[in-house]
Structures are given as structure tokens and as C-alpha cells.
Design a protein around this ligand. Structure first.
Ligand code: NAD
Length: 402
């Protein structure tokens, strides 16, 4: 594969940190930006990553020691247009991976301030990037991270971005409707629209990734150096469901299912995110083309995820109870879910392993971190509600293991 110049916006995040390493390992030239918001926001909740996270300085030294090159990683904000434009002009990327957004539904639903902060950060940050690319690197390929959550849960199959409906005898190829379920998810829909418009307007070459829920602690050939490990959050805002369940399991806390657990979503391990993004980076669309890709391995209900975590734990001799709690979110508890994912398979995506294997690897990484999680166990029950009330979810029922 040719060496590429890849700009990673959000290099310090859950996905951005392992992706930067993965790209360096593949011989690409990497630069990136991060404002360290994720670190601040997790700390602001009184939470921490279950896997200890090295400081930005320690992370940079680790890269210098482990890789042939010292990537140009700068502290800066996507909202600072002159900074972003100058950095891109300086680096002249041929690929820009945009991960630099606030990724939490619950955080965006705390109150007006968190909602508008999320939308302002995500929507304006993306607009700045679109304009900066248009002005200083118009031929570069934008790989923009969106989410499967933009589609919501319609009662029909979900295509990859576009569909061809027939209405009053006429057909057209149109964007598939987005029906997001939080102000965060709506910020991503606004990004989708703005990115598509930049393609229509300027012929921006872009791949819009509708990503499923990510889980896992490891990437292929993960170094043992603790400074190179990525974060793994378990609080109600930044802990996605599999990660949160694994953290609950290792401290003997019941797995907290929101409602009846029939919500179905697409999931993929962190290792597969690296593989999928690499496939997309290595196969840019033709100049002037725009492509929407659904990125996930398989779909599971929350109940199925809980049973998988319980199974992996029982092999480790860990007993895991499952607890239904009031769902703080407004979402359908039982629904159809049939998204397509043809494009990544066509590019050669092969899931790295089974979810059980992945969960076993996570448990191995998390068991030594029990004390860190236990010290913040009160964060494991949600109190941010979609109806605006702030109260901890009550327990609806509990099923003991065995
Ligand atoms: N993790 C998942 O399960 C998941 C699922 C679907 C989609 N996504 C999307 O993938 C992307 C990355 O997610 P993640 O889990 O790595 O999130 P993350 O919060 O760990 O990473 C985002 C990084 O971007 C930085 N950032 C945010 N706003 C910034 C700004 N204005 N300027 C500079 N830096 C900024 C943050 O500090 C953080 O380091 C996000 O766009 C998210 O919406 C994630």
C-alpha cells in the first residue's frame, strides 16, 4: 500500500490513540490534533478510565520510542479555524480521519449547556474541517466518523446511506431518513448533511462511516507498554454498553440492563475498527465521490450482550447477576433492526474474532483494574434521564447467575 499522509483529528481518544499507532505501524506519516476534552469530561463526572491513561507527554514519548517517526501531534481545538486551516496547510494530508467530536448521548442530554456544547463542538468543528479542507487540501479524502445511531430504529431494513423510494409513480435516490435518539446523535445527523452538501458543492471526496457501538481494549499487536494502551470508560456517559458490562462484571456488580433489554444495535470490536478504517483509507473514493458505509460486525440485543459477558465470566470463575433498571432513555425496547453492511465486506473486512474472544481479552485487561472501578462503583447506575429529571434509575428486577 502506498505511504499516506494521514491527519487524525481526535488522536487522544478511545479510537484515535490506537488508530494513530496502527497507522504509524503501517508506515504512514501521521499528524493530528486534540483538545483533550474527553479527559476533562470524564474527570468532570468524577469518573476515570478503567485502564490507566498516560499523560499526553508520556504518550508522545512512547510513540517516539516505539516507532520510526515522531508524528506531529498538536494540542488545539477544531473550533479554532485559523489554527486548523494553518495546520492542514502545513501538513498537506492526503487523508483526514475526523474523530474529534464529543461522542456521548447521555452527556448531551444532561441539560441545555451540555446539549448546546455538544452540538456546537461537533457541528462547528466539522464545518471548520470541511472549509479548511476545501481551502487548503481539496483533493484529500475525508473519513468522517458518524454513528449507526443516526438512523434510529425504523421498521424497515437500513441501507448504507441512500435508498431508492418510489412515490406517486416516481423513483429517486435519496438519503435514507435519519431518526436520531439524542441531541448528540442529532449533531451527527447535522454533520452528515453538511458533509454531503460539501460533496455536492465542492466535490469533496468523502467516506461517511456509520459506526456501530465499539468495545474492547486491544488492537492487533498491542504493545505491552502501558503508555500505549487506550482508555476504557465505564461511567453512564462515556462507557458504551459492552465496556460498561465488563467493568461491572469484574467487580461483581450486576450488569445493568436499561429496561427490558430488547434494544438491538450493531457492534464491533476495537480491533475491527482499525481494520475497517484501514480498508477505507486504503481505498479512497474517486475524486468527487461520496460514499456512506455502515461499519459493524454483527447486531445483538442488550440482553444477548449481557448473556455473552456472563458466559465469558463464568469461564473465568466469575459469577455475574443481571439487573433490569428503569431505562433513563427514550427509545424503543423492542423493534426490528436489519442494517446492511455490504461495502466493508466488499473491501475485504473479515471480523478478527468472535465477541466472546474479545470479551475474554477485555476481562484479562480489566481484572487487574478492579480497585479503580470499585472506587467509582456509584457511577454504575444512571441518573441522566431523557425526560430531563435527574434521579437514579430504580431497579426493576434481578436475575441471579446459574
Ligand atoms: N466509541 C464508540 O463506540 C463510537 C461509536 C460510534 C461512533 N463513534 C464516533 O467515533 C468518533 C471517536 O469516538 P471515541 O469513542 O474515540 O471518542 P473520544 O471522546 O474518545 O475521542 C474523541 C477525541 O476528540 C477530541 N475532541 C473532541 N472535540 C474536539 C475539538 N473540538 N477539538 C479537538 N479535539 C476534540 C477529544 O478530546 C477526544 O480525545 C466520534 O466521532 C464518535 O462519535 C464512536
Amino acid at each position: 500500500m502506498p505511504e499516506r499522509r494521514v491527519f487524525v483529528a481526535g488522536f487522544d481518544g478511545y479510537l484515535g490513540w490506537p488508530l494513530s499507532q496502527h497507522l504509524l505501524k503501517r508506515g504512514h506519516v501521521v499528524a493530528g490534533v486534540d483538545a483533550f476534552l474527553r479527559r476533562e469530561q470524564v474527570a468532570g463526572l468524577g469518573a476515570c478510565s478503567a485502564v490507566p491513561v498516560a499523560s499526553p507527554q508520556e504518550r508522545k514519548s512512547a510513540l517516539r520510542e516505539h516507532f520510526q517517526q515522531t508524528p506531529d501531534l498538536r494540542t488545539g481545538n477544531m473550533l479554532d479555524f485559523p489554527f486548523l486551516r494553518a495546520f492542514l496547510k502545513d501538513f498537506q494530508p492526503d487523508t483526514v480521519v475526523h474523530l474529534a467530536e464529543i461522542p456521548s448521548a447521555a452527556w448531551s442530554m444532561i441539560d441545555q449547556a451540555h446539549c448546546s456544547f455538544t452540538q456546537h463542538n461537533n457541528v462547528i468543528g466539522t464545518l471548520n474541517l470541511l472549509w479548511a479542507m476545501h481551502e487548503v487540501c481539496p483533493d484529500a479524502h475525508l473519513v468522517k466518523l458518524g454513528t449507526m445511531g443516526e438512523y434510529g430504529t425504523p421498521a424497515m431494513p437500513i441501507p448504507e446511506g441512500f435508498f431508492e423510494p418510489e412515490f406517486r409513480g416516481r423513483r429517486d435516490r435519496l438519503p435514507f431518513p435519519r431518526q436520531a435518539g439524542s441531541f448528540y446523535h442529532w449533531s451527527k445527523v447535522h454533520d452528515s448533511n453538511n458533509t454531503m452538501f460539501a460533496w455536492i458543492l465542492w466535490g469533496l471526496r468523502a467516506t461517511y462511516i456509520m459506526q456501530g457501538v465499539v468495545y474492547g481494549t486491544e488492537i492487533e499487536h498491542q504493545s505491552d507498554d502501558p503508555r500505549l494502551k487506550t482508555r476504557l470508560d465505564f461511567d453512564q456517559c462515556f462507557g458504551t454498553v459492552v465496556n460498561r458490562f465488563c467493568c461491572q462484571a469484574v467487580i461483581g456488580h450486576p450488569l445493568t440492563i436499561y429496561g427490558q433489554g430488547g434494544q438491538k444495535r450493531g457492534f464491533l470490536p476495537l480491533r475491527d475498527v482499525m481494520q475497517c478504517l484501514t480498508l477505507v483509507i486504503d481505498s479512497p473514493p474517486n475524486a468527487g465521490d461520496y460514499c456512506v458505509v455502515n461499519q459493524f460486525d454483527a447486531c445483538y440485543t442488550i440482553n444477548e450482550i449481557a448473556l455473552l459477558v456472563r458466559q465469558a465470566c463464568s469461564e473465568e470463575g466469575l459469577t455475574v447477576d443481571i439487573m433490569e433498571v428503569e431505562n433513563p432513555r427514550m427509545e424503543s425496547g423492542r423493534h426490528e433492526y436489519q442494517p446492511d453492511r455490504e461495502q466493508l465486506l466488499a473491501l475485504g473486512y473479515q471480523p478478527a474474532g468472535s465477541p466472546l474472544q474479545e470479551i475474554r481479552m477485555m476481562l484479562a485487561d480489566l481484572l487487574p483494574q478492579r480497585e479503580r472501578i470499585e472506587a467509582r462503583a456509584e457511577l454504575l447506575l444512571p441518573d441522566i434521564r431523557w425526560d430531563g429529571a435527574h434521579r437514579r434509575s430504580g431497579v426493576l428486577g434481578r436475575e441471579a447467575a446459574g
